[in-house]
Design a protein around this ligand. Structure first.
Ligand SMILES: O=C(O)CCC(=O)C(=O)O
Ligand SMILES: [Fe+2]
Length: 497
């Protein structure tokens, strides 16, 4: 009998391994629980090749690993890393040598990497990365049973690709709920909400594209247009056929910043919800960094924990489907969300686990962590992401959304500080913009001189605070009790709900 063990695996990959070898299969649920029960994480899923979790080796009289020759001496993680260096032909040959290596060489994540590195021209999606890369129809895919292969490296991604996730979006504790409002005025946003997450239920329903953009209508009108999905550019028709027939642990996510020109969108196809007011990056004109994206993905796709670029704020309007959000404020004195690692200088946010693995391992502790905010943004609603907030997003169903990043006057100082103090982390500007901070200050001086003056004063006050903080913390041990002094922009207390 297969047992699902909760072993940790792959320490670093952000793209996850998926071992499904061919077309979508119906997963057998080998449990007495009702198939509709949401508490399914303990249910035992059968891997398409019959691979079982490592722990099962202890009760089995046979273990195929022993026939893998000297490769059997390697831990599975290392073997998988080695296989990442092989090409398609080598994987094919090695995979024919024994059942154990057959299972490893079928790992779909290996084939996903090969595909992404060098996409075959004019491919059609065949249900798995391997069969698409090799242009194999399912009837031409051998199905070798690998019942005596025991490997978490192969089984865990499969388990994560199928473990029910919807339950994590349910029973949100009252204190964690992201407020859901009908609408806000510009004044209300500036006065009370610029540093808080919230969901608005009115504005998106007024967009001309709301109701008219569905997967089917986009496929009809833009099927031949290529969109960016992570590191590949695919015609929408190829992406939709992938989306409808895949079972990756981390499904490829369409995230395209040039959609408006590709789709010849008119100015009024959608408008930013008015409450967000002016976007101060507008004064950069054509030099502004990327600021809007079309997002399409299947259920279980989404975004792992991150903060938005350049300390900008964002809104994310859902046109179809629904998204579960879990968010945390950040500040120099707050730890990052559980399971998220931030480098000392704050420049790198590492969230090494897939969304499924994160939810399986960290959701409970994340939900109980002070500051945690959660909510479901449904079709016709828009969610506000305040500058600097960590967020993880899970599509509960196939979803289409539009997101836009902006600089509201109330968060100008954060953006200026980021551009000034973290130039190596600034992103999205064209290469010829060599000094984003200098350019922004210059343009603000022309367009919003008063806002600039106020922001510079706050920055200077903050710099003074920082200098004082550094004096206190550097070798001045008798002042250590002042260690709870924090520097901020005066508004920062509203960062913490
Ligand atoms: O829809 C998503 O996956 C979230 C995108 C995102 O991170 C954002 O809008 O800031
Ligand atoms: Fe984001």
């Amino acid at each position: 009998m297969a047992v699902n063990c909760d072993m940790s695996r792959r320490a670093s990959s952000t793209v996850s391994v998926d071992s499904r070898p061919s077309k979508r299969i119906k997963i057998q649920v080998m449990s007495s629980e009702s198939p509709n029960s949401e508490d399914n994480t303990q249910k035992i899923l059968r891997h398409p090749l019959g691979v079982k979790p490592s722990g099962n080796a202890y009760t089995s009289s046979r273990n195929s690993k022993s026939s893998a020759g000297c490769l059997a001496r390697l831990p599975d993680e290392l073997l998988m890393h080695l296989l990442e260096y092989l090409g398609a032909e080598e994987l094919g040959i090695l995979g024919q040598t024994c059942m154990f290596l057959y299972a490893f060489c079928h790992s779909d994540e290996l084939w996903r990497s090969l595909f992404v590195e060098k996409p075959p021209k004019g491919f059609s999606w065949k249900g798995s990365w391997r069969s698409t890369y090799l242009n194999l129809d399912s009837e031409h895919c051998a199905k070798v049973r690998c019942e005596t292969v025991f490997s978490d490296v192969l089984h865990r991604p499969f388990f994560c690709a199928h473990a029910p996730l919807r339950q994590y979006s349910e029973s949100i504790p009252k204190a964690n709920e992201i407020p859901r409002l009908f609408n806000l005025s510009e004044e209300e946003y500036a006065a009370q909400w610029a540093s808080q997450p919230f969901i608005l239920t009115a504005p998106v329903k007024r967009w001309p594209i709301f109701g008219s953009w569905t997967t089917e209508s986009l496929l009809r009108d833009f099927g031949c247009v290529s969109f960016r999905a992570e590191s590949v550019d695919w015609p929408l028709s190829a992406y939709v056929s992938y989306m409808h027939n895949q079972s990756d642990e981390s499904p490829l996510y369409l995230f395209d910043r040039s959609f408006a020109s590709k789709m010849s969108l008119s100015q009024d196809s959608y408008l930013p919800p008015p409450c967000f007011g002016p976007d101060l990056f507008d004064c950069l004109g054509s030099c502004r960094p990327d600021n809007r994206w079309l997002i399409i993905g299947p259920a279980r796709s989404g975004s792992t924990f991150h903060k938005d670029p350049n300390a900008t704020s964002a809104w994310n309007g859902v046109l179809t489907g629904s998204k579960y959000w879990i968010m945390f404020p950040s500040s120099p004195t707050l730890p990052p969300p559980p399971g998220v690692i931030v480098s000392d200088d704050g420049s790198e946010v590492t969230s090494p686990l897939s969304i499924a693995e994160y939810l399986l391992n960290f959701h409970e502790i994340a939900r109980a962590t002070p500051g945690c905010k959660e909510g479901i943004c449904r079709a016709g609603e828009v969610l506000h992401v305040p500058s600097g907030w960590f967020h993880l997003v899970l599509n509960l169903e196939e979803s289409i959304a539009v997101t836009q990043n902006f600089v509201p006057p109330r968060r100008l100082v954060e953006v200026m500080k980021f551009l000034r103090d973290s130039p190596d982390q600034v992103s999205g500007f064209q290469e010829d913009v060599t000094d984003p901070y200098g350019l922004f200050v210059e343009r603000l001086r022309e367009c919003h001189p008063q806002l600039l003056d106020e922001a510079i004063q706050k920055l200077e006050r903050n710099d003074g605070g920082r200098a004082r903080w550094e004096t206190i913390t550097k070798g001045n041990a008798e002042h250590e009790s002042e260690g709870d002094f924090t520097f901020g922009f005066g508004d920062d207390e509203d960062n913490i709900p």
